[in-house]
Design a binder for this molecule. Structure first.
Ligand code: RUB
Length: 301
């Protein structure tokens, strides 16, 4: 797949979910190098920086992608082309390895939360949550999943399809039946697109509603995420931007005079979050931020 194809697939959500977006974005830099006709190292760097800006703009609520790209660009040499390419590839592989290592731990910690006989609720499609559920199944645990379809683009169907293919009993609900989907749940696991310095988690629209319903029914509500989703700009008073997608995704040809809001994400208040399941362990939001500061000091600089 070429660079432009990856960009288009991220925009159209063919590639979706924070971690998949970040992985494909960093890999697309290697495509930029492969496809480049630049004659000088300066021109190559210019192309790479233009790609970075274009990738940033594809999905505005994706600090995992931004952190990964910033990390790669932070130490790119400025002169010899072979040095630039070598460092770029080393860093891309480094990011992918870090994601893979983190995943192993998140999957282990998350699967430990799942017990025989549980009903587990999830929303949208988080590759992290799906992997936790698959691992619990692999360990021989018997449980079922209730999930919501996630209008307007129905990522919930993707989740349900992947779980059913793995032999996990799964029941899909329309979004407005979220309360019913959660009434019999023992545990809610959702993903994360961003984590703010106040310990808020930004995830698919509907996530805070789910968290509020969990509070009513006393269902533990966990967000499953790697640490790269922390957004450092929230340290300095900038709010995480919530992506507003095209109205046509909601209603192709509405009658004249109808306004449509198509927010892709919303912020879940930290008081509603039982814990954040990350590679660092399972912590309340505020403790997670402290642990993060210890493990990834560069994110705070
Ligand atoms: C996907 C979504 C996912 C998070 C986490 O939204 O909200 O829960 O991105 O995913 P969209 P992961 O479909 O709009 O990208 O755990 O795979 O990083």
């Amino acid at each position: 797949m070429g660079y432009k194809q990856i960009v288009n697939d991220i925009i159209s959500l063919k590639i979706q979910g924070a971690e998949n977006v970040a992985k494909e974005a960093v890999k697309s830099l290697v495509c930029v190098v492969d496809e480049s006709k630049a004659k000088t190292s300066k021109d190559l760097l210019k192309e790479l920086h233009a790609a970075k800006d274009e990738l940033f703009a594809t999905r505005p609520t994706e600090p995992c992608m931004r952190n990964a790209l910033e990390y790669i660009f932070a130490h790119l040499p400025k002169h010899k082309e072979s040095d630039i390419v070598r460092t770029l590839i080393e860093r891309v592989n480094g990011v992918l390895k870090d994601f893979a290592d983190s995943n192993k731990k998140i999957i282990e910690f998350g699967a430990n939360k799942i017990k025989n006989g549980m009903v587990i609720y999830t929303h949208c499609h988080s590759s992290t949550v799906v992997k936790i559920l698959l691992e619990a199944k692999r360990q021989g645990k018997r449980f079922e999943v209730h999930n919501t379809e996630t209008r307007p683009l129905f990522q919930g169907r993707k989740t349900a399809t992947e779980l059913a293919a793995a032999g996990i009993p799964v029941t899909l609900y329309v979004d407005s039946a979220m309360r019913l989907a959660l009434r019999k749940a023992d545990l809610a696991l959702i993903g994360a697109d961003a984590v703010s310095t106040e310990g808020k988690v930004i995830n698919k629209i509907g996530s805070e509603l789910a968290a509020q319903i969990c509070t009513n029914f006393d269902v533990p509500f966990y967000c499953c995420t790697n640490s790269w989703k922390f957004d450092p700009k929230t340290l300095f008073g900038f709010d995480e931007k919530i992506e507003m997608r095209h109205r046509k995704e909601v209603w192709d040809k509405p009658s004249k005079g109808i306004g449509i809001n198509n927010y892709a994400f919303e912020s879940v208040d930290s008081v509603l979050i039982t814990g954040i399941i990350s590679e660092l362990g399972i912590y309340k939001s505020s403790v997670f931020i402290e642990e993060l500061r210890r493990a990834y000091p560069w994110m705070f600089n």
